[in-house]
Write a protein that binds this ligand. Structure first.
Ligand code: KIV
Length: 272
């Protein structure tokens, strides 16, 4: 049997856990297409998530509820082709892991086998512990997701900050500890007070990745389209805008249209 050698070092669950130990922050962003994934990987991102946020930023849907497992597999396969170094995590969509354990295990296995993801992410606490234990036992790395869990939007009724009240905060810490004990390698903490996220980070051995959860987490994640400023309608305060791509793209599109209409494109040097 021969083993392949490569000149890059892949990020694994082991790598990110070691980063927590060393106090080195973990950078994670989303991708849904080959070109973006290639640029992210080349730039040195640690974790790429094919999130069910594909619903909002790619499919133009209001919630993540309608996303299917086949859609996440499709986008993850596309992203997989570009990713050489980062760890690739795929979101398990709503109702792909909630019905019963057998079906959930099969779906998570399908995700790894068919998409090339190296880990799955799923929302929820205590309820999904038996599933997490089975997955980890089989060898499927799991990332949890607590706080604002968008697949429960109809239960919450709002995308406001979660766990501001002590009862919910206490439950969240308990859930995080249980997920950690069940063997998740990481937990996304979405839109919760920074003091609570810092408390969770200290209480668990797995890595915490915050989004709108302050600087006390082991790492941070943002939806790539949001941090690039591609959506002018969605600019919450937790999204730092690193570019204003909507403006850059609009300017480019208008210039192209103007040039075509004025017969200024293509020039001789752009022709054969
Ligand atoms: O779907 C997604 O992009 C996510 C991140 C916001 C963490 O779950």
């Amino acid at each position: 049997m021969s083993t392949q050698t490569s000149d890059y070092k892949r990020i694994t669950t082991k790598t990110v856990l070691a980063m927590k130990q060393k106090g080195e922050k973990i950078a994670m962003l989303t991708a849904y297409d080959y070109t973006t994934a290639h640029l992210l990987d080349e730039s040195g991102i640690d974790i790429i998530l094919v999130g069910d946020s594909v619903a909002n930023v790619f499919q133009g849907l209001e919630t993540t509820i309608p996303v299917t497992i086949d859609e996440i597999i499709y986008h993850t396969k596309v992203v997989r082709r570009a990713v050489k170094r980062a760890m690739l995590v795929a979101d398990m969509p709503f109702m792909s892991y909630q019905v019963d354990i057998k079906e959930a295990v099969r779906n998570c296995g399908r995700m790894l086998k068919e998409s090339g993801a190296e880990a799955v992410k799923m929302e929820g606490g205590k309820r999904i512990l038996p599933l997490i234990e089975q997955l980890v036992d089989i060898g499927i790395p799991v990332m949890g997701h607590l706080g604002l869990t968008p697949q429960s939007i109809y239960k919450f009724g709002t995308y406001e900050v979660r766990a501001k009240e002590s009862e919910e905060a206490k439950q969240l810490v308990e859930d995080a500890k249980m997920l950690d004990k069940a063997g998740v390698f990481g937990i996304v903490l979405e839109k919760i007070p920074d003091s609570l996220a810092a408390k969770v980070t200290k209480a668990v051995s797995c890595v915490t990745i915050g989004i709108g959860a302050g600087s006390g987490c082991d790492g941070q994640v943002l939806v790539t389209n949001d941090m690039l400023g591609m959506n002018e309608q969605f600019r919450p305060r937790f999204v730092r805008q690193y570019a204003n791509l909507s403006e850059v793209m609009r300017t480019a599109f208008r210039s192209y249209i103007t040039d075509v209409k004025a017969a200024k494109f293509p020039l001789k040097k752009e022709s054969y």
